[in-house]
Write a protein that binds this ligand. Structure first.
Ligand SMILES: [Zn+2]
Length: 135
């Protein structure tokens, strides 16, 4: 059984929002990955990753998007995507790191995560990307 699900039109819009943020906020080696997060009431929040000189201190784009949304009073989320951009029109779809999978799952165990490639994107439930999590 495949757990890969086709994207909806609003999922494709979420990818475009991440690409737009990646372009708008891009700084080489500092802000290269943007994430876009959709609430259950269909609002979109974006975040940009912050590269730190100490590797483990990086702030992922997904975390930045959550911080923006939560700071604006939103806590109910249904989908997220992260995109790397070079600031010149090239992009890559990224799947979330382990820490982000934990954070996504903490907000909503059924949240959609858009993964795959930009050519062939699909979405999966975070519970499938982080199985056997202790509740
Ligand atoms: Zn991450």
């Amino acid at each position: 059984m495949s757990r890969k699900t086709e994207l909806s039109e609003e999922d494709r819009e979420l990818i475009e929002a991440a690409k737009e943020a990646a372009d708008r906020l891009h700084i080489d080696d500092f802000h290269e990955v943007a994430a876009a997060l959709r609430t259950t009431d269909k609002r979109i929040f974006t975040g940009i990753h912050i590269e730190a000189n100490v590797g483990f201190a990086d702030v992922c784009g997904e975390v930045a998007a959550f911080c923006t949304a939560v700071s604006s009073g939103h806590r109910n989320f249904e989908a997220i995507v992260a995109v790397w951009g070079d600031g010149k029109g090239s992009y890559k779809l990224l799947s979330p790191c382990g820490r982000c999978r934990e954070i996504i799952s903490d907000f909503n165990r059924n949240m959609w995560v858009i993964v795959g490639s930009l050519k062939q994107p699909y979405k999966m439930r975070i519970s499938d990307l982080l199985p056997l999590k202790t509740e």
